[in-house]
Ligand binder design. Structure first.
Ligand SMILES: NC(=O)c1ccc[n+]([C@@H]2O[C@H](COP(=O)([O-])OP(=O)(O)OC[C@H]3O[C@@H](n4cnc5c(N)ncnc54)[C@H](O)[C@@H]3O)[C@@H](O)[C@H]2O)c1
Length: 546
């Protein structure tokens, strides 16, 4: 057996975070929640995240591991926060003590220090609302602690005084600071040959974004899925508002449309519209439609620039970025295709429409996969009781998944090495999909594959044994399966596994997670039955199945 490390490459920058810093009691958490609502962003309180990951309140953590144990976990959370984008983050009062980590977080954020008069602070801290270990020494001690840290807070720049002000007033001022400091263009992600805009209402910025990416284009051909009239109209309107001449047509979506016949029909439409390389093709639909239209654009007239407007979570978080386009052929998925990155991708959760599993839930497995590879806080958000409930949270989760995919794509455009990390859970998924004659959809199959890969990694001593049960909880909570369908026989799965095209030079390879947020391991030469058995072993966990 051979194991290779698939490290997480540098992530492309995303929308800056708003970071609230300052001494305990100045109101970072209360103000942060309000600012997050005003900005339509998710909110992270790093002290709460430390409590969640440790599994108990901070005073107990101090008792169990001392301040040192707390600071070590606080550092891990700062590292994780420095990797996210487009969120409001409240850091602990002592976060500024981690100079290098805090500087890294500040590098991708707008930092707003909050301040408060000593008198009012004494009242707030004296009210005994929260049990704070560092207050146990009484007022003299925290006054000394505060003045010791004062130079670090002042180094963050002019603060907002919260004395005698309501949290809403302070939040409004912090938001105004953020908005005046952030360039609108910072919302565009770049990597792997694509520019990507992820936010609710992004379709309304399609025209201006297209002009930034393809300034000379004058005509567009919009190809959408049948049945997605609302989405197609929003796209056509945005392009016409930008002054483009637009022709629109539709085709069958879903796996059934991803065929050579479908491809030829699109070539004929493009010919019929007199499309040439000065134009742009805009694909509107799920992952299957994007693969089909992308391959048509890649091949017609030796390549017409492409814009992707995905309409499912899976397509937004995965299929729309990375440049892989293909059709199914001779019973094999994606058998005929090429690499052709879209010049622009518009991910707008408001285009999802109905909350059907195929549109909303299936893609959460790809989001969970990317979170395991590169975003502990993304996984934490997915694991919250109300999970990815709002468009704002979903946009955040999609943005993190897209940044992680773009990082691997930029490091390995044609899938020869590091990018294999993105196959986490997919060797299992492809075997399950094929063994089920594709009755099991890609997203649910990836969910089962993720849990199995984590279980296999634990068995091989490469993955934290806590991860598989944690994924069973996270994926089960959002409505995804965590074990193979009971009617799918092991033998069929084993046959499908062996037939999988991922095998190279006859050696089996499977990707397992490393620590959450730090990439993966590529395991080669493992006997298939050992890998496959991870689909079922661990009766304890099986007991958790819904
Ligand atoms: N190119 C890549 O890198 C890549 C990556 C992952 C998956 N894929 C491909 O993507 C496909 C899976 O994508 P998917 O999960 O989006 O499935 P899908 O494209 O099959 O869409 C799922 C179903 O939802 C319908 N639909 C799409 N958007 C809708 C909306 N907003 N409202 C209502 N219905 C809607 C579709 O017609 C289809 O019936 C597979 O073909 C897979 O191979 C490609």
């Amino acid at each position: 057996m051979r194991v290779d490390r698939l490290l997480l490459p540098q992530l492309p920058p995303g929308r800056p975070n708003l970071v609230l810093a300052g001494f305990m009691g100045v109101g970072k958490t209360t103000v942060g929640r309000r600012a997050a609502d005003l900005l339509g962003m998710p909110f992270f309180d790093l002290d709460e995240e430390v409590e969640r990951s440790w599994g108990g309140p901070i005073p107990d953590l101090f008792r169990a591991e001392g301040e040192q144990g707390f600071r070590r976990r606080e550092a891990e959370m700062l590292e994780a926060a420095a990797r996210i984008s487009g969120a409001v983050v409240a850091v602990g009062g002592g976060a500024v003590l981690h100079h290098e980590l805090f500087a890294r977080l500040a590098g991708s954020s707008v930092v707003v220090p909050l301040e408060c008069s000593a008198t009012e602070l004494a009242l707030r801290l004296g009210s005994g609302g929260t049990d704070r270990p560092l207050l146990r020494g009484g007022e003299d001690e925290w006054v000394a602690l505060r003045s010791a840290r004062e130079p670090l807070y002042q180094a963050l720049g002019a603060g907002i005084d919260t004395t005698a002000r309501t949290p809403s007033e302070v939040a409004q001022e912090a938001v105004e600071r953020y908005q005046s400091a952030v360039e609108p263009s910072s919302a565009l992600l770049h990597g792997g040959g694509s520019a990507v805009l992820v936010k609710p209402g992004a379709v309304h910025e399609l025209g201006s974004a297209l002009f930034r990416v393809l300034p000379r284009v004058e005509r567009a051909v919009v190809i959408s899925e049948r049945g997605l009239g609302r989405q197609r109209r929003s796209v056509v309107e945005a392009l016409r508002l930008q002054g483009l001449t637009v022709r629109a047509t539709s085709t069958v979506g879903g796996e059934g449309g991803k065929t050579v016949r479908g491809l030829a029909a699109l070539w004929r439409r493009l010919a019929g519209f007199g499309t040439d390389r000065g134009d742009v093709v805009v694909a509107v639909g799920g992952g299957a439609l994007l693969d089909l239209v992308g391959f048509a654009a890649a091949t017609y007239a030796r390549g017409i620039p492409l814009v992707n407007v995905p309409t499912t979570v899976l397509a937004m978080a995965d299929a729309a970025v990375g440049g892989k386009v293909a059709v199914d052929f001779a019973g094999r998925k994606n058998a005929v295709g090429c690499f052709f990155p879209a010049s622009l991708v518009i991910c707008d959760p408001e285009l999802l429409g109905e909350r059907s599993p195929a549109v909303w839930v299936h893609g959460l497995s790809e989001i969970a996969k990317c979170a395991v590879l590169g975003s502990p806080l993304g996984l934490a958000l997915l694991n919250r009781p109300d999970g990815p409930g709002s468009c704002a949270r979903l946009a955040f989760l999609i943005e993190q998944a897209v940044r992680i995919k773009l990082a691997y794509v930029a490091a390995d455009p044609e899938d020869h090495g590091p990018r294999l990390a993105l196959n986490l859970g997919h060797t299992y998924a492809h075997a399950l999909e094929s063994a089920s004659d594709y009755h099991l959809a890609h997203g649910p199959a990836v969910a089962v594959g993720l849990v199995s890969a984590a279980r296999l990694g634990a068995k091989l001593g490469l993955t934290d044994p806590e991860l598989a049960p944690a994924l069973v909880t996270v994926l089960g909570r959002v409505g995804l399966p965590v074990a193979p369908p009971p009617d799918l026989y092991r033998a069929r799965i084993a046959d499908a596994w062996r037939a999988d095209k991922k095998r190279r030079a006859g050696r089996d390879r499977v990707v397992v997670p490393a620590d959450v947020g730090s990439g993966a391991h590529l395991v080669q030469g493992l006997a298939p039955e050992v890998a496959i058995s991870a689909l079922w072993v661990g009766d304890g966990e099986l007991g958790l199945l819904p």
